[in-house]
Write a protein that binds this ligand. Structure first.
Ligand code: C5P
Length: 224
């Protein structure tokens, strides 16, 4: 690891604080930020826009390969577009959220997006460095990352955060979250699991600043 060119992998279930922590950490390090969940969501948006059934794996794979994704990796202003159309807001809607785990379980979709992610990481690691968040970053996408973090939080706290963020009913959010977590951690290809050498951090009782400070400290220690 030379200079600033650090690669940090942040994995964990929904609501564990991954996005906020990863963006803030990238800003603190002067590094880029890649939200791989946004890529799976953007492809899901393209699948739904095309009127394709998310369970039709062959057609989903075709839509994925044909969709032109543009990904901005500035942690202060991350964005994503499909075929030139900005989808930052649309990919956070209930429709995409309800279908994304089905699309993300298609092996050809993962293969395509993982190779895109590796290109982005490779370009950034030769420059400012990058913080990458997802479900399979430490296990599959970047197993050689300088720091691998697995963020968790209690199921109740994760649902509370998501429900506050999206102003949705707590019970409905908890139900949707546990359905998605189950799909993400039991799928055949690249399920959410703790990477070898990853540090686990439970954020249930920790503030963002504290989590980010601990990660910066871990990175500094690993560099000496
Ligand atoms: O992180 P976010 O909740 O936006 O991710 C949306 C979905 O994308 C996850 O529930 C999961 O199904 C999928 N995903 C994935 N692998 C990643 C990132 C996200 O399968 N690296």
């Amino acid at each position: 690891m030379a200079g600033n060119s650090v690669v940090v992998a942040v994995d964990g279930p929904s609501g564990s604080g991954k996005s906020t922590v990863s963006r803030r950490l990238a800003e603190a390090l002067g590094a880029r930020y890649l939200d791989t969940g946004a890529m799976y969501r953007a492809v899901t948006w393209a699948v739904l826009r095309a009127g394709v059934d998310p369970h039709d794996a062959d057609t989903v794979a075709k839509v994925t390969v044909e969709a032109a994704l543009t990904i901005g990796t500035d942690p202060a202003d991350p964005h994503i577009a499909v075929d030139g159309e900005n989808v930052d807001a649309a990919i956070r809607g209930a429709e995409v959220t309800g279908a994304v785990s089905v699309v993300a379980a298609v092996p050809a979709v993962r293969q395509h997006l993982v190779s895109r992610q590796r290109e982005i990481i490779s370009a950034a690691s030769a420059a400012a460095g990058i913080v990458v968040e997802g479900r399979d970053i430490g296990t599959v996408v970047a197993p050689d990352a300088d720091l691998k973090v697995y963020l968790t939080a209690s199921a109740a706290e994760r649902a509370r955060r998501r429900s506050a963020e999206h102003e949705t009913d707590l019970a409905v959010t908890q139900e949707a979250l546990s359905r998605r977590d189950h799909l993400d951690s039991t799928r055949a290809v690249d399920p959410l699991t703790l990477a070898e050498g990853a540090v686990t951090l439970d954020t249930t009782e920790l503030g963002i600043d504290e989590v980010v400070a601990r990660l910066v400290e871990m990175l500094e220690r690993s560099r000496t």
